[in-house]
Design a protein around this ligand. Structure first.
Ligand code: NAI
Length: 221
């Protein structure tokens, strides 16, 4: 595969392609045209062709795309052919919900440990994994070659905890705390803000209501 840089916008769309192709594969579909994929995903066929052209196309004229091949290739681009071990820091509502989500394993993300600074939570279990005290963080990450730390702690704690993580040689941080982390180049940070998605939803509700009202007014005119 061509090693040219793929834009973050394209990378951002790959998980959705991967999800749809996985479903098609499970249904036994062997190939699909960009038109059919377009109708299914509600993305233009030209967008799909453009996106796939970034990494060599994978399509054949008159044949369409081989679903399994495309699924595997996108999986490789996303690094999903490798296993990533992760720990969760913060055993509260969010941390426990993430720890209990078994589907991450299907994608190669292996839940290995959980930490919390609250001594009352230490020793409690999430999916058979005992919550450990923060004093054990560095040793555990290094001994178990952990790739990803999930931050599910309040923002005031996230910055100092991220500084500790950097020193362990962690490769990536999946950050749910509402604060931007300053980490050295080479450590990947992905911020997740569910409320951003809700705000987008709120915008779309308002826009729909406005359009609906506007249409109603036009009908009355
Ligand atoms: P929670 O209060 O139920 O859990 C937080 C846990 O973090 C507690 O168990 C606490 O003991 C632990 N903690 C605090 N400081 C710590 C430290 N220095 N080291 C280790 N553990 C520490 O809160 P919840 O609902 O689980 O939320 C956790 C964080 O995630 C909050 O900051 C919240 O704002 C954020 N959040 C973010 C979302 C997003 O979409 N980004 C969605 C939901 C929550």
């Amino acid at each position: 595969m061509d090693e040219k840089e793929i834009s973050q916008a394209v990378i951002g769309r790959l998980p959705r392609y991967f999800r749809y192709l996985g479903e098609l594969k499970d249904e036994g579909v062997e190939r699909i045209s960009s038109q059919d994929l377009s109708a299914l995903m509600k993305v233009t066929a030209s967008q799909i062709r453009q996106d796939f052209n970034n990494f060599g196309g994978f399509g054949q004229q008159g044949y369409g795309y081989n679903v399994e091949y495309l699924y595997d290739e996108i999986g490789k681009i996303l690094g999903l052919d490798r296993r990533h071990k992760f720990v969760i820091i913060g055993a509260g509502n969010l941390g426990r919900a993430l720890g209990n989500y078994t589907n991450f394993e299907r994608r190669g993300f292996i839940f290995r440990g959980m930490f919390d600074s609250n001594p009352e939570l230490v020793g409690s279990q999430v999916r058979g994994i005992g919550v450990m005290p923060m004093e054990e963080l560095e040793r555990f990450i290094q001994e178990n070659d952990i790739d990803i730390a999930v931050l599910a702690i309040p923002k005031a704690s996230a910055v100092p905890v991220a500084e500790r993580l950097v020193k362990t040689g962690i490769r990536a941080i999946w950050n749910f705390a509402h604060v931007d982390l300053n980490v050295p180049e080479g450590i990947q940070v992905e911020n997740v803000h569910l409320s951003d998605s809700l705000m987008k939803l709120s915008y779309n509700i308002s826009r729909y209501q406005m359009e609906d009202r506007h249409l109603g007014e036009q009908k009355r005119d």
